[in-house]
Ligand binder design. Structure first.
Ligand code: CS2
Ligand code: MG
Length: 412
């Protein structure tokens, strides 16, 4: 079999998505997600200008060879743009291989290790009543685990809280609880770590009092704390039996987690901004985290994610694969196949895509009793409807950023 066509499709149904489509001389097609939220067109160029010409005429079955060639022959290694591009090729080739084998991808990864993948959703509200409503809505939709984000008194806009639930002063239109904004310039939000640290333990106390001890609860700190602040938060959340505290410190410094770990038994998750196994070397070997947050889309695809999770398994570290709506249905499907197959699956983030997105990407996954399953279609189980995709041209979009009260830029 030979690769005959490589296309990069940009579409913006509810938000921007970049999809790679590889076609073979035997008529098989494979899809890969290459969406890098807020920097989408950089990956489009990387794929179109630098990767597509290298793939034409190659054997699509040689996935490992293609991966190593793209990673090593570029000379320049790692980074989100490079790794999103390589991921798209890797997933598209796995899609083709599984279609050629007439099997759903998870069968090629070792078969199912479970009946489905436990998913968590995002509940948020500017205050407790709104938050409780949001939690109830998620429980009604069948979610069995819930991430909790709230407004902080004194702050106008905050990560994870939909714009229609926060006070005015917010720029741009938001989609559900999603931070990306289609606007020519990034929106500015405000931040105060001390106010946040004072507020959050009370929120979890109230949520436990309202919803009981069993519901797995998660929280995302979005890289905003220093190590000692993160340690303080982790410690103060211990009575509420967290499933995890995510991205408590900026992810660049793996050693920060040593300090956090020394002070708290709250489980830690990190890695949505990582893109290779090297970003986890210290974290995994020293058992400084409990969950790996990488997205298949941003970490080079199924092949390196399987290796990363096998490495993590030796240390009883589990998966918590990134799955907000900026991961396209193609990237979500890849995550579900991997999650179903690996032994050390932990949880899968799952934010529902909008209707327009679901018309562009025809999908075969199911969500029943809180469990995601990728379905039994050969391949990854997603096809792109090109007519629908063509209705939604690219729109400039940026993630917001934070400033402190004195104007200093802070991690968002
Ligand atoms: C987040 C994301 O899902 C998460 O945990 O931290 O929503 C993140 O803000 C976006 O993926 C950024 O593109
Ligand atoms: Mg996060």
């Amino acid at each position: 079999m030979k690769i005959t066509q490589v296309e990069v499709i940009v579409t913006s149904p509810d938000r921007n998505f970049v999809t790679l489509k590889i076609t073979t001389d035997e008529g098989h097609t494979g899809l890969g997600d290459a969406t890098l939220n807020g920097r989408e067109l950089a990956v489009v160029s990387y794929l179109k200008d630098h990767v597509a010409p290298l793939l034409i005429g190659k054997d699509p079955h040689r996935i490992e060879d293609a991966w190593q060639f793209l990673y090593r022959s570029a000379y320049w290694r790692r980074g989100p743009v490079t790794m999103a591009a390589i991921a798209a090729v890797d997933v598209a080739l796995w899609d083709i291989k599984a279609k050629a084998a007439n099997m759903p991808l998870y069968q090629l990864l070792g078969g199912a290790s479970r009946t489905g993948c436990l998913a968590y959703g995002h509940a948020s509200g500017k205050d407790l009543p709104e938050l409780f409503d949001s939690v109830r809505q998620h429980l009604d939709q069948g979610y069995g685990a819930i991430r909790i984000q709230t407004g902080v008194p004194g702050l106008k806009a905050i990560y994870g809280v939909a714009s229609n639930t926060v006070a005015s002063g917010n720029v741009g239109k938001r989609y559900d609880h999603e931070p990306a904004q289609r606007a020519p310039l990034p929106a500015e939000e405000d931040w105060d770590t001390r106010a946040y640290l004072r507020h959050i333990p009370g929120v979890f106390e109230a949520v436990r009092a309202e919803f009981g001890p069993e519901l797995p609860l998660l929280h995302d700190g979005h890289h905003r704390m220093t190590p000692i602040q993160a340690a303080k938060l982790g410690k103060s959340l211990e009575p509420f039996d967290m499933f995890w505290l995510e991205d408590c410190t900026p992810a660049e410094n793996q050693e920060a987690l040593r300090l956090v770990r020394r002070h708290t038994i709250t489980p830690l998750a990190i890695g949505e901004v990582f893109n290779t196994v090297w970003d986890y070397q210290t974290l995994i070997q020293e058992q400084l985290i409990d969950f790996v947050r990488s997205a298949v889309t941003h970490t080079g695809g199924i092949s390196p994610m399987k290796k990363l999770m096998d490495f993590a398994a030796q240390y009883q570290i589990k998966s918590g694969i990134h799955g907000p709506t900026d991961i396209s249905p193609v990237g979500m499907a890849a995550a579900m196949h991997l999650g179903l197959a690996i032994h050390n699956f932990g949880i899968q983030e799952y934010m529902k895509h909008g209707e327009a997105t679901n018309r562009v990407f025809e999908q075969s996954f199911t969500f029943n009793n809180g469990l995601l399953h990728p379905g039994e279609k050969p391949g990854i189980g997603v096809e792109l409807n090109i007519d629908e995709a063509g209705k939604y041209p690219y729109q400039t979009a940026y993630l917001p950023f934070n400033r402190l009260a004195d104007g200093t830029v802070h991690d968002w």
